[in-house]
Design a protein around this ligand. Structure first.
Ligand code: FE2
Length: 160
């Protein structure tokens, strides 16, 4: 199925907000928490990296949203997610949840990119801003692929 073009800026912002919401899921995780809950050195190392990346991504998505022109005044900005499923007691289970979230992020950014590339954006994006979004989304897709790969490797070899 070919991707559907965005008909206006609000539609694009809605999808970017969906990406932001996914990044938010990592926000409640502190370095200390991952230290406490992770039982292997590998997972202890991966978690703070992924959390740091999601903060960086959140800022990138926010700056993308600011570039989109739209008449809509009210937005449902994602709220901080207070509960990350750290009741999951062992690393493999935790990494499986992380993998699920990373894949979801990758799919979301890929979809936004594909739709953007078939959209006529002149009414809601300046040309330079469109390029900023395309470049940023390509980076996000690449990063999420890497995160999913890291989570996958931790599941395969939790102690390595
Ligand atoms: Fe990620």
């Amino acid at each position: 199925m070919s991707p559907a073009a965005f008909s206006d800026g609000a539609e694009l912002v809605d999808m970017l907000l969906a990406g932001w919401e996914i990044e938010k899921r990592f926000e409640g995780v502190s370095y200390g928490e991952s230290e406490r809950y992770a039982s292997t050195a590998r997972v202890k190392k991966i978690m703070p990296y992924l959390v740091g990346q999601s903060t960086e991504h959140e800022n990138l998505v926010k700056s993308m949203i600011q570039k989109v022109k739209t008449d809509r005044q009210k937005w449902d900005f994602p709220q901080r997610v207070s509960k990350f499923p750290f009741h999951l007691s062992w690393d493999e289970e935790m990494m499986k949840e992380i993998l699920r979230v990373e894949r979801k992020a990758m799919e979301t950014y890929s979809e936004i990119l594909a739709r953007l590339q078939v959209s006529d954006t002149k009414t809601f994006l300046d040309l330079a801003d469109r390029e900023f979004l395309v470049k940023g989304l390509k980076k996000l897709v690449k990063d999420e692929e890497e995160h999913a790969r890291l989570a996958q490797s931790a599941i395969a070899k939790p102690g390595a």
